[in-house]
Design a protein around this ligand. Structure first.
Ligand code: HEM
Length: 538
């Protein structure tokens, strides 16, 4: 079958032949055997026992038994839409990516999500929101797998299982479902102070968006762009909503969530159905690709940092429009598989240690979530570019591969040499110098400042926004059972701003710490060298 037919005007995924109506004058089994009754099991007489030979009964019930697949280990709850992206051509100087050229229109599928709640949790909770975009470009698929907050909790992917274990419900009571109001979360962020910045954004109005249509999106990591002269530039990706950025206040979110836990999912679908198509402008902050990978003293490889737009303005490079709802939630929103390593020529990665771990994690989890290695064949995941891979077999293989020699070059199958000119149009990694050095489990010193940027964020807030942040910390920390955890978080708040700390302490009925210097070591998991120890062979 051919490529999926997601068009710029927005249609379903899947070819016409794959879109199954499940209608018609008579029912059949999955094998096409016609049925005359689907309401009564085959029995030995009307009051007799059910017979094991009833294949229709067994097929119907066993298929039903296996309808659910595992939900995503994070970002389980989501809502998605089809649309298209139109390049402005303004990025032509810094990238050769074909889909960013002027007036090139590319079909996209975008999935928004909450991070921590399960598939059935409420939309309106205080949490980070996922903003993942699949561009079906002529050069293959490009996925921009971002969030609505421009920084991340941790600097190194090795801590991702830890922060997620801390954020997910407690293992004994399985509560709370989706909110950050619990001991393990607050314990983690007070002991791993690199999480302070992201947590502060979560406690701000950004933590409760009014609508997916009114959120910003961020690629967060620094990416490396390359143009057709092989010149490189570092960038950070930003999505700016045409409707502006809007949030709900806490009380509003509580009401909305109580009345309609599907608040954001419904809002997105209703808006698109009414023809009010949401739009975002894609933009980039641009930095020179220097050996240090720093900009104005900010480490570009540290995903707990932003680069303020005053220092590096966002340059618009294209427009995203969402104009069609999925017609089948499972086939599209649930089965879609994004991956930060799906890149096209002109877009490359940097050595951000958080990104490196992601490049491994997504494919690995999807093999388990989507039942084997062939999920790229699912209609929603199928690229719109021609495919000629050498992959074979595996669970849920639907292709009938031809030929006997799935390797290149070979002397069978008509003799397949390496293609002359294979590099033309191919994805070629930028041959950047890899820094020399010893193998160490250690963060660079430039990752050590965990408080200047949170302080800067706090100082940029209006008086009303500050009140919301104080109320959020007071409410969420107030839910902790352990007093020591509250106290340790007050020390972090003191490092951000004494007034913030004093007000939250008063709300919690605790004394404000005298001095932020009381704060213990910056990280609870310092590298070996920071502990004053060296490798035994030294
Ligand atoms: C899923 C964003 C860091 C592992 C997602 C999704 C988004 C996202 C938006 C949902 C995709 C969808 O809608 O299907 C981010 C961002 C990160 C980050 C912006 C940091 C900048 C990490 C790290 C890891 C990780 C460090 C692991 C080392 C996963 C996994 C999934 C996921 C396993 C589930 C994927 C699936 O089941 O298809 N992430 N993430 N993420 N993320 Fe991340």
């Amino acid at each position: 079958s051919g490529p999926a037919t997601v068009t710029p005007t927005g249609q379903d995924s899947g070819t016409a032949a794959e879109r199954v109506a499940q209608g018609g004058p008579y029912l059949t089994t999955a094998q096409g055997n016609r049925l005359y009754d689907t309401d009564h099991s085959l029995k030995a007489g009307p009051r007799g026992p059910i017979l094991l030979q009833d294949h229709h009964l067994r097929e119907k019930i066993t298929h039903f038994d296996h309808e659910r697949i595992p939900e995503r280990v994070v970002h389980a709850r989501g809502a998605a839409a089809h649309g298209y992206f139109k390049g402005y051509g303004t990025a032509g100087n810094i990238t050769k990516a074909a889909f960013l050229a002027k007036d090139v229109t590319t079909p996209v599928f975008v999935r928004f999500s909450t991070v921590l709640g399960s598939r059935g949790s409420a939309d309106t909770v205080r949490d980070t929101r996922g903003f993942a975009t699949k561009f079906y470009t002529s050069e293959g698929t490009f996925d921009l797998v971002g969030n609505n907050i421009p920084v991340f909790f941790i600097q190194d992917a090795i801590k991702f299982p830890d922060i997620i274990h801390a954020g997910k419900p407690h293992p004994d009571r399985e509560i709370p479902q989706a909110q950050s109001a619990h001991d393990t979360f607050w314990d983690f962020v007070s002991l791993h102070t690199e999480a302070t910045h992201h947590t502060l954004w979560n406690m701000s109005d950004r933590g409760i968006p009014r609508s997916y249509r009114m959120m910003e999106g961020f690629g967060i990591h620094t990416f490396r762009l390359v143009n057709d002269r092989d010149e490189t530039t570092l960038v950070k990706f930003h999505w700016k909503p045409k409707l502006g950025i809007h949030s709900q206040v806490w009380e509003e979110a509580q009401l909305a969530g109580g009345v309609d836990p599907d608040f954001h999912r419904r809002d997105l679908a209703d808006a698109i159905e009414a023809g009010a198509y949401p739009q975002w402008e894609l933009g980039v902050q641009i930095f020179p690709d220097t050996e240090e990978q720093m900009f104005e003293g900010i480490d570009l490889l540290d995903s707990t940092n932003i680069v303020p737009e005053e220092l590096a303005p966002v340059h618009p490079i294209g427009l995203l429009t969402l104009n069609a709802n999925p017609s089948n939630y499972f086939a599209e929103t649930e089965q879609v598989a994004f991956h930060p390593g799906h890149l096209v020529p002109g877009i490359d990665i940097t050595d951000d240690p958080l990104l490196a771990g992601r490049l491994f994690s997504y494919l690995d989890t999807q093999i388990s979530r989507l039942g084997g290695p062939n999920f790229a064949q699912l209609p929603i995941n199928r690229t719109h570019a021609p495919v000629n891979d050498m992959l074979r077999d595996g669970m849920h293989q639907t292709a009938v591969h031809q030929g006997v020699a799935p390797y290149r070059p070979n002397s069978l199958d008509g003799g397949c040499p390496f293609l002359a000119g294979a590099a033309e149009g191919a994805y070629i990694e930028v041959p950047v110098e890899v820094p020399a050095g010893r193998k160490v489990r250690q963060a660079p010193e430039t990752f050590a400042d965990h408080f200047s940027q949170p302080r800067r964020f706090w100082l940029s807030m209006s008086a009303v926004e500050r009140e919301h942040i104080i109320a959020a910390y007071t409410f969420e920390l107030g839910k902790c059972y352990e007093q020591a955890i509250k106290e340790r978080n007050l020390l972090s708040l003191a490092r951000i701003d004494p007034e913030l700390c004093r007000r939250v302490a008063a709300g919690l009925g605790l004394p404000a710490p005298q001095s932020p210097d009381d704060l213990p070591a910056v990280s609870a998991s310092p590298a070996l060298s920071q502990l004053g120890k060296t490798w035994p062979l030294d």
